[in-house]
Write a protein that binds this ligand. Structure first.
Ligand SMILES: *[C@@H]1O[C@H](CO)[C@@H](O)[C@H](O)[C@H]1NC(C)=O
Ligand SMILES: *[C@@H]1O[C@H](CO)[C@@H](O)[C@H](O)[C@H]1NC(C)=O
Ligand SMILES: *[C@@H]1O[C@H](CO)[C@@H](O)[C@H](O)[C@H]1NC(C)=O
Ligand SMILES: *[C@@H]1O[C@H](CO)[C@@H](O)[C@H](O)[C@H]1NC(C)=O
Ligand SMILES: *[C@@H]1O[C@H](CO)[C@@H](O)[C@H](O)[C@H]1NC(C)=O
Ligand SMILES: *[C@@H]1O[C@H](CO)[C@@H](O)[C@H](O)[C@H]1NC(C)=O
Ligand SMILES: *[C@@H]1O[C@H](CO)[C@@H](O)[C@H](O)[C@H]1NC(C)=O
Ligand SMILES: *[C@@H]1O[C@H](CO)[C@@H](O)[C@H](O)[C@H]1NC(C)=O
Ligand SMILES: *[C@@H]1O[C@H](CO)[C@@H](O)[C@H](O)[C@H]1NC(C)=O
Ligand SMILES: [Zn+2]
Length: 525
C-alpha cells in the first residue's frame, strides 16, 4: 500500500516512469523477449482452448475456499520473510536481492502447475531510493533532522539563507543562495520542487522545515524532474525552523553542514503475469497484489499477504476448469507509485484492455488490528465510485462477509494501490483490505474487535511487518474471499454490466489523468 506522501508526487513520478517504461518496452522487443503479449495480451476470442483443463471439474466456490488454509499461507509468508532477511537490507524493495528472490519464487511456483498457466516476466525500470545515511550540523552542533527520499548526496557547508514565501516560485530564491544552504518552509508545493529550485539557484543543500508541529521527512519524488537535480535535502521541525528564521531576521549568521549519502539507483525489475491456459481470454478475470516492499521493512503484510493470498488461490485453481480466463498480476514497484501495474496497463492495446472484464486487488489482508474493508465500488461511503460493475463487485464481497458471519466496512478508491490504472481505464474493480496506518475507531473496535485508538497495522512500512505480526484469522478469511471471488467470476460475469470496448483517454496511454485522493494531496507537500 502506497504511502500517502508518495501519492502526492505520483503525477511527477508517473510521468518519469512512463518515459522509462516506453524505453524498456522498446528494448525488450528488439531484444526479442517475445513474451507473445503483442500487448494485446491474447485478445482474439475464446483463445487458449481447453488443453489443460478439458477433463477437470468446473471451479466450485466451496471446494476452492476449503483448499485455502493457514499453514500454506504462513509458509509462503515465511518464505518471503526469509528472502528479505537473506540480504543486508532486510527488505524486498523493488529490484533488490530480497525482491528478486520473491519474483523468482513466484515464477517457479506458478510454473510447477503442469502448464496450467502461461507465466510471463514483464520488465521495466525505475529509480528507487534504497536508503540514506545523513548528519546535520548547525553552527557546528550535531542536530536532529529527517531525510527525504531521493535526496541528493554530498558533504556541503554554507550559510543558511531564508527562502521567501514557501519557495514555490523560482523568484522566491535570493541570489545570495549561491554556494549556500536554503532554509525553506513546508507547504503549498512539492518538497521536490523546493529542492530542485534550491539547486537551480546555486544552493548546495536545502533544509525544509515543518509548518505543523513535529519533525519532517517525506519524498522529493522520483527524479529526474525538469526544474533540475535534487541537492542534499533534510527536514527540520517547525520549532527548529522558526528559531532559525527569527534569529536570521535579527541579524545573526548561521551555517549548516549536510552530510548525506543516499542510495538512489535506477533498477530493473519485473512484473509476473500468470494467465490460465483455460477459459475465454476475451472475458478475462484479473487479480493483483504487489511483490515489493518499502526499504524500511520486509513487507509481509504489505503486501506479502496479498501476494501469498492470490498465489495460494492460483495454485488451487489449477485443479479446475474455468469458463473465463484468470490472470494473476504480481506487480513490482507499487511502493514507488503503482509503477508495475501502470506499466502493465500502459502496455495493453485497447482490445487487450477491453478483454479484462474485472480487476480485483489485494494489498494488505492480514493486518494485526484488522478491519474487514471492501473497496467502495458504488461510492456509497466515500462518494467516489469505481467504473460500472464495481458496485456489484463490492456487493459480492459484502455477501461473502455476511455468509462468513463477519462484519465489513468500506475503503476508498483513493489511488493508493494497483487498482488505480484499471479504474482509470474503466475496468470494474474491487477487492478487500484489512488496514494500514489508519487509527481504528471505537465503532470499528465494536465491529471487528481489536484496539480502538491504535493503527490497524502498527508495523505499516516498518521493520516489524513480519510473519509474527500477521493476524492469521483475517488472513484466512480474506484469502478464502479471494477464492470465492475467483470461483464466481471465473465461472460467469453475468452479474456485471456487459462488455464494451473502453477508450483510452489519451492515445498510447501515457500522461493519463490521475485520480489522486484529496487526503493524499494535502499531506504530500
Ligand atoms: C469471445 O470470443 C468468442 C469466440 O470467438 C465469441 O463467441 C464470444 O462472443 C466472445 N465474447 C465476448 C464477450 O466478446
Ligand atoms: C472448452 O470446452 C467446453 C466443453 O468442455 C466447450 O464448450 C468450449 O467450447 C471449449 N472451449 C474452447 C475454446 O475450446
Ligand atoms: C514451506 O513448505 C515447504 C514444503 O513443505 C518446505 O519445503 C519449506 O521449507 C517450507 N518453508 C518455510 C519457510 O517454512
Ligand atoms: C535484481 O534483478 C534485476 C533485473 O534482473 C537485476 O538487474 C539486478 O541486478 C538484481 N539485483 C540483485 C541484487 O540481485
Ligand atoms: C560555522 O559555525 C561554527 C560555529 O559558529 C564555526 O565554528 C564555524 O567556523 C562555521 N563554519 C563555517 C564554514 O563558517
Ligand atoms: C550526530 O548525532 C547522531 C545521533 O544523535 C549520531 O548518530 C551521528 O553519528 C552523529 N554524527 C556525527 C558525524 O557525529
Ligand atoms: C534506467 O535504466 C534503463 C535500462 O538500462 C534505461 O532504459 C532508463 O532510461 C534508465 N532510466 C533513467 C531514469 O536513467
Ligand atoms: C460527490 O462528488 C461529486 C463530484 O464527484 C460532487 O459533485 C458532490 O457534491 C459530492 N457529494 C458529496 C455528498 O460530497
Ligand atoms: C458486528 O458488529 C456488532 C456491532 O456493530 C457487534 O455487536 C457484533 O458482535 C459484531 N459481529 C462480529 C461477528 O464481530
Ligand atoms: Zn505499502
Amino acid at each position: 500500500m502506497l504511502d500517502v506522501m508518495k501519492l502526492a508526487v505520483a503525477i511527477g513520478a508517473f510521468a518519469a516512469s512512463a518515459t522509462a517504461s516506453a524505453v524498456a518496452g522498446a528494448v525488450d522487443l528488439r531484444g526479442g523477449y517475445g513474451y507473445g503479449y503483442g500487448y494485446g495480451h491474447g485478445h482474439g476470442g475464446g483463445g487458449h482452448g481447453n488443453k489443460t483443463c478439458k477433463h477437470k471439474p468446473l471451479v466450485n466456490s466451496k471446494a476452492l475456499q476449503a483448499s485455502i488454509r493457514a499453514p500454506a499461507l504462513l509458509n509462503g509468508s515465511q518464505t518471503l520473510l526469509n528472502f528479505a532477511y537473506s540480504y543486508p537490507d532486510r527488505n524486498r524493495l523493488m529490484g533488490g536481492g530480497g525482491h528478486n528472490a520473491t519474483v523468482k519464487y513466484l515464477v517457479s511456483q506458478l510454473e510447477a502447475l503442469d502448464g496450467y498457466y502461461t507465466v510471463e516476466l514483464q520488465p521495466f525500470s525505475a529509480v528507487v531510493h534504497a536508503g540514506a545515511t545523513f548528519s546535520l550540523f548547525i553552527d557546528g552542533a550535531n542536530t536532529s533532522a529527517g531525510v527525504f527520499d531521493y535526496t541528493g548526496s554530498g558533504d556541503v557547508t554554507g550559510t543558511l539563507v531564508v527562502v521567501a514565501n514557501q519557495g514555490c516560485e523560482l523568484t522566491d530564491y535570493p541570489s545570495t543562495l549561491s554556494g549556500n544552504i536554503a532554509l525553506i518552509q513546508r507547504g503549498a508545493c512539492e518538497f521536490g520542487l523546493k529542492s530542485a529550485y534550491a539547486g537551480a539557484s546555486g544552493a548546495k543543500g536545502a533544509l525544509i522545515y515543518n509548518n505543523i508541529p513535529g519533525g519532517l521527512d517525506g519524498t522529493l519524488g522520483v527524479p529526474p524532474r525538469p526544474e533540475g537535480d535534487y541537492v542534499p535535502t533534510l527536514g527540520l521541525s517547525q520549532d527548529q525552523g522558526a528559531e532559525l528564521v527569527a534569529s536570521i531576521a535579527a541579524g545573526t549568521t548561521h551555517n549548516a553542514t549536510l552530510i548525506v549519502d543516499a542510495q538512489v539507483e535506477n533498477r530493473t525489475t519485473h512484473n509476473v503475469l500468470a494467465t490460465s491456459n483455460c477459459g475465454a481470454l476475451n472475458t478475462t478475470l484479473m487479480l493483483g497484489a504487489h511483490t515489493d516492499s518499502v526499504a524500511a521493512g520486509p513487507g509481509i503484510n504489505d503486501d506479502g499477504s496479498g501476494t501469498i493470498g492470490i498465489l495460494e488461490v492460483a495454485k488451487h485453481l489449477a485443479k479446475y476448469r474455468v469458463n473465463n480466463a484468470v490472470r494473476f498480476g504480481f506487480w513490482s514497484g507499487e511502493e514507488e507509485g503503482d509503477l508495475g501495474s501502470n506499466h502493465y496497463v500502459d502496455s495493453l492495446s485497447p482490445a487487450g484492455l477491453a478483454d479484462i472484464r474485472a480487476y480485483l486487488n489485494f494489498d494488505m489482508i492480514a493486518s494485526p488490528n484488522f478491519i474487514h474493508a471492501i473497496y467502495d465500488g458504488d461510492g456509497s461511503s466515500f462518494n467516489e465510485s469505481g467504473p460500472a460493475g464495481s458496485g456489484e463487485i463490492e456487493k459480492f464481497f459484502e455477501e461473502y462477509f455476511v455468509s462468513a458471519g463477519e462484519n465489513f466496512t468500506a475503503t476508498a478508491f483513493d489511488g493508493r494501490s494497483d487498482y488505480a490504472p484499471f479504474i482509470e481505464n474503466g475496468i470494474p474493480a474491487g477487492g478487500t483490505f484489512t488496514g494500514a496506518e489508519q487509527i481504528k475507531t471505537a465503532e470499528e473496535a465494536l465491529q471487528f474487535g481489536g484496539t480502538a485508538g491504535e493503527p490497524t497495522d502498527a508495523n505499516y512500512h516498518g521493520p516489524g511487518d513480519t510473519v509474527d505480526n500477521l493476524d492469521v484469522g483475517a488472513f484466512v478469511l480474506h484469502a478464502k474471499g479471494i477464492a470465492a471471488s475467483v470461483a464466481k467470476y471465473a465461472t460467469s460475469f453475468e452479474s456485471l454490466p456487459p462488455k464494451g470496448l473502453k477508450k483510452r483517454s489519451v492515445a498510447g496511454g501515457v500522461g493519463r489523468k490521475r485520480r489522486a485522493g484529496k487526503k493524499g494531496r494535502k499531506t504530500a507537500i
